[in-house]
Design a protein around this ligand. Sequence first.
Ligand code: TYD
Ligand code: MG
Length: 451
Amino acid sequence: MAKTKTTFFCQNCGTQYPKWVGKCNSCNEWNTIVEEIIQKDEKRNWKQTGSTKRTVKALKIQEISISTEERIPTNNNELNRVLGGGLVKGSVILLGGEPGIGKSTLLLQIALLMENKVLYVSGEESQSQIKLRGERLDGNNQDCLILTETKTQNIFKSIESILPDVVVIDSIQTLHTDYIEASPGSISQIRETAAELIKFAKETNTPVILIGHITKEGAIAGPKILEHMVDVVLQFEGDRNHTYRILRAQKNRFGSTAELGIYEMLNTGLREVSNPSEILISEKDSDLTGTAISASLEGMRPLLIEVQALVSTAVYGTPQRSSTGYNIKRLNMLLAVLEKRAGFRLGAKDVFLNIAGGLKVEDPAIDLAVVSAILSSNEEESIPQNVCFAAEVGLSGEIRAVNRIEQRIIEAEKLGFEKIVLSKFNKIANKNYQIEIIRVSKIEEVVSVLF
Ligand code: TYD
Ligand code: MG
């Protein structure tokens, strides 16, 4: 007889509690604890017919032979770039993104482009819906099979007869397993079905790609634990009202997380954008004064941010200083540095600063772009559109080094910039960049670089 049991889970972080509490002790969120019914059976294997018992011997680290991981090519350069090559055999990839951003489209398109046998399991759309979508996309993989099923045991039965090279699951939130009573999309179902799929991937050396929905806050719905369990976490993002989409790796056990893939959503699916400068350059009107682009990091992610400044003669006695998205104290400090170290008379001027897109930036590397935008507006001279900045400005007017500089350079290069202004003190290991790197050490040098 199976035991019936209920437990309480935090819907935010996935922590388990034996009884209900008002506040989660681990993530400090209120009212996130929800009861879930669990029914556990002893036999919990992806294969119903007995498991392959394999004993692993502990080895000395010197004795372990390195086998370069085998990869299956995806025939999609942007995805390959983000993954650090093709799909690693036996790896589990989680693709997150907001509803309607194009996750299903991306994966169906890749399934149709590949030369291997792909099983596309959908719990969200019917087979004919998927066929209709597939007809709009190019690629005609004869070995792309579509299955509409949500029970993992049935999925594994199909897998055993089909023996696919790659499995795509759309989406993890629709799956459920027999061994747990809770409804699909609940923490315990997500955790359990993901664990079964991961076990399957590792035992059969088959790559599995999971689609995961994103909550309002931008986290993958369901417990954070899912992100720890999988090998690769990809994020598909962009504005639904614009056509460009960015694919980033938040975590990658087989490659770097500094790479990003850019796509354009067309009527015929997602087009790879291999020359990203077309996005930024075409969107900008030429020669505006008071704007500068910063190669910043938001959390772990590199992001090119536009800083806008307006400097004008103060009409009232005391000049106004206003800042949106940037610390006002830091702005005042930079203005004092400009006045004292570079001789700009800003004391009698109003200064307004704005970070475009409603972003709030804490990364100190934006300082140099802020200073440049202010100078540009003050001097009525525009900064060339192909230049971006990444450095901190110190109290004595020195340009300071910032962290993860390679990531910023790669992002700027990827987005089509031709020059990046950095601190002289930043050490750069890999020097094979296409982008021109301009190094400055003092604020005066910035002025001569700019104008
Ligand atoms: P979809 O892949 O269903 O999003 P998700 O799985 O992330 O929820 O993408 C749906 C959107 O993509 C929809 O608004 C229509 C658009 N789309 C195109 O613009 N062109 C196409 O060729 C396809 C298939 C979809
Ligand atoms: Mg979808």
